[in-house]
Ligand binder design. Structure first.
Ligand code: FES
Length: 64
């Protein structure tokens, strides 16, 4: 599924960048992918994916 249609970034790529720690903001995701935001429609979805990743990490750390 494409997250950013303007730059053809799919959810797999975005999740990999977020999980690797290479990107902690939507702008950083674009930078890490070698592109720039254009229309901006993907920014809320990317922010949500980052938040979900942080929540999952917090739960994982709490379980340790
Ligand atoms: S959908 Fe990402 S900049 Fe347009």
């Amino acid at each position: 599924m494409f997250v950013c249609i303007c730059n053809a970034l799919n959810d797999r790529t975005v999740n990999e960048l977020v999980a690797s720690g290479a990107a902690t903001t939507p702008a950083a995701i674009h930078r890490a992918a070698g592109c720039k935001p254009q229309c901006g429609r993907c920014l809320p979805d990317m922010a949500e994916m980052i938040a979900e990743h942080r929540t999952a990490n917090a739960f994982a750390q709490a379980a340790d």
